[in-house]
Design a protein. Structure first.
Length: 195
């Protein structure tokens, strides 16, 4: 390695990131009941109703960066409500629930992302997709696995002093993943997901 070349050890990555990203982001994640699915999956909750995605996206646009999970059948409808500078990522599910008479199976989920920090060449490149199995928690629908959340935090370029606003906390899995991710980053023990 020449004098001009530099490297960042994995345990020093967070210090490197913090050095170059001296401002904190307010990041919002929304994983609402998907269009047409509120009563089907959440009928036990009398407060549950269909989400007005136009209002939701307007609210998301008040944050520095945001991500919105949705279903592939409703992607076109939701993208029509989004600003032009969004990007569609994919959560690919190698193990998913197959439904009778649905072929091909729904084995991926769109994640619409806006904003975040630009990742320079000094950081590992993150893919625009992650492959992770669904969670299997009885009685809950749509709980996101920790590795999905960790990938999303990398996609947006979050740092440990940023703010996470989980707009539909449900099981609390995304917030739990955020706390674990921050700990791993601070201790230098984290594994990069999707790179």
């Amino acid at each position: 390695m020449t004098e001009k070349q530099t490297t960042v050890a994995p345990c020093r990555l967070e210090q490197f990131v913090t050095h170059f990203w001296r401002y904190s982001l307010k990041f919002a994640y929304a994983d609402p009941p998907y269009i047409g699915q509120a009563k089907k999956h959440y009928k036990h909750d009398p407060q549950c109703a269909e989400v007005n995605h136009e209002e939701l996206i307007a609210h998301l646009n008040t944050f520095d960066a945001w991500a919105l999970s949705c279903s592939s059948p409703t992607l076109k409808q939701i993208l029509a409500l989004c600003p032009d500078d969004v990007r569609v990522m994919a959560w690919v599910k190698p193990f998913c629930a197959f439904k009778a008479n649905v072929n091909p199976a729904y084995a991926w989920e769109p994640v619409i992302v806006r904003g975040g920090r630009k990742r320079g060449r000094e950081l590992p490149t993150v893919r625009d997709w992650v492959s992770e199995v669904i969670t299997l928690r009885k009685g809950l629908s749509g709980v996101k696995p920790a590795r999905f959340s960790w990938w999303l935090f990398e996609v947006v370029g979050l740092a440990t002093d940023d703010e996470l606003h989980d707009l539909f906390p449900g099981s609390g899995a995304v917030t739990d993943a955020w706390l674990a991710w921050k700990t791993m980053k601070r201790e230098g023990t984290g594994v990069l997901i999707g790179v």
